[in-house]
Ligand binder design. Structure first.
Ligand SMILES: Cc1ncc(COP(=O)(O)O)c(C=O)c1O
Length: 381
């Protein structure tokens, strides 16, 4: 029996967890003012890079005494710069509950060969944050994008810590409240919550992180692309728009557009509200349907950006094949693109709920998910 398709379709089927949907008002003509074909060191380029830095500070509410740099190689570049430049001075705790956090563990333990204390949890769970000693350097991911599990708060980070907290916040910045006083190093990429372009990473340093950079030299060599200091002093230019190497001025223009759009929806508060409303629509759908559930086991850790779902119906024979087939049906109908679970994550779906996604599109997509589920159950039988 053919299962009837819902009547309403999402206006935008883009629910990818990165690169994420562009802001709803985006079109390429909005980038016409990009400083293309000009030196990024000319006044026009420098001014735009500075505007990207100060716009980030304004929208995210980053304290005036924190440094914000635009660095190469997206979020990965920003995290690697921090790990390679800062670690090794004291004991390190590595926290991981999904693939990106695990990637940072590998780098620190296998590449830097630091004898770190590694705390891990399975997909859907989170490590015991109360056991973390913040007199050590602590590396963690605010929102584990591939598990849809985020830290519930920063209460576990001591105000009087001696170590540095190094936080990969790429799928959290612009969707979650980040308590800057608890974060010494924070990174994100433009391609995530604001729907910008990849290529550049943002590296945000607290005064204590700067102090470490200026007082400690790692035992290993640092390539130019990672170097944040010269002669024991922070290279201040990196944090005022004089980038280490050549940035894409098209990507910069796109980020400036995204920041303007963020302001137009009420800044950080507005962005958080949009992500919360999107995620809540998915949570409600899971509550109403007993064949699907959030991968996050504790509601307090459920992501409001990368919402990860698992199928829980006994009739499903091959979980991975089933989830793939459901995602494929939705893609074929142009209802939802790129919503398969991350390759290393448990079988299921991942629906991006960051602020560039319209709640009406999430609400229009969910009945189609029910349709695809029923159709696939029938096909499997
Ligand atoms: C938590 C986390 N860290 C790092 C990355 C890598 O980001 P990028 O590709 O922008 O370097 C991602 C990308 O999805 C991520 O979700």
């Amino acid at each position: 029996m053919a299962i009837e398709q819902p009547a309403t379709r999402p206006a935008n089927p883009r629910f990818s967890s990165g690169p994420c949907a562009k802001p709803p008002t985006f079109d390429v003509t909005k980038l016409a003012d990009a400083a293309l074909g000009r030196s990024h060191r000319a006044a026009i380029g420098k001014d735009k890079l500075k505007a990207a830095i100060e716009g980030t500070r304004e929208v995210l509410g980053i304290p005036a005494d924190y440094k914000i740099g635009i660095v190469p190689a997206s979020d990965t570049g920003a995290v690697e710069m921090a790990l390679w430049s800062l670690l090794g001075e004291r004991k390190v705790e590595m926290l991981a509950w999904e693939s990106f956090g695990s990637g940072w563990v590998t780098d620190v333990v296998k590449q830097l060969k630091i004898d770190a204390e590694v705390k891990t949890a399975d997909y859907g769970q989170i490590v015991d944050l109360a056991s973390v000693d913040c007199n050590n350097d602590v590396v963690f991911t605010w929102n584990g994008t591939t598990a849809g599990v985020r830290v519930p708060n920063a209460d576990w980070i001591a105000d009087d810590r001696e170590g540095l907290t190094i936080c990969d916040a790429t799928s959290a910045a612009f969707a979650m409240d980040l308590p800057w006083d608890k974060l010494d190093v924070t990174t994100f990429s433009w391609q995530k919550v604001l729907g910008g372009e990849a290529a550049h990473g943002m590296l945000i340093l607290s005064p204590r992180a700067v102090e470490r950079l200026e007082s400690y030299t790692p035992a290993w060599p640092l390539p130019k692309i990672f170097r944040l200091t010269k002669g024991g002093k922070l290279i201040d230019g990196i944090f005022t728009g004089a980038t280490i190497n050549t940035p894409s001025m098209l990507a910069v223009e796109d980020y400036l557009f995204a920041l303007d759009w963020a302001r137009s929806v009420g800044g950080l508060k507005g962005l958080i509200a949009r992500a919360d409303a999107n995620a809540q629509a998915v949570f409600d759908f899971c509550d109403a349907n007993d064949w699907i559930a959030n991968l996050a086991e504790d509601d307090a850790t459920r992501s409001n950006t990368s919402v990860c779902l698992k199928f829980t119906d006994d009739r499903i024979k091959d979980g991975a094949a089933f989830a793939k087939a459901v995602a494929k049906r939705l893609e074929n109908e142009n209802i939802a693109l790129d919503i398969g679970a991350y390759r290393d994550a448990p079988a299921g779906l991942r629906i991006w709920c960051g602020g560039t996604v319209e709640t009406a599109d999430i609400e229009a997509m969910l009945p189609w998910l029910a349709w695809a589920f029923e159709a696939e159950i029938e096909a499997q039988a």
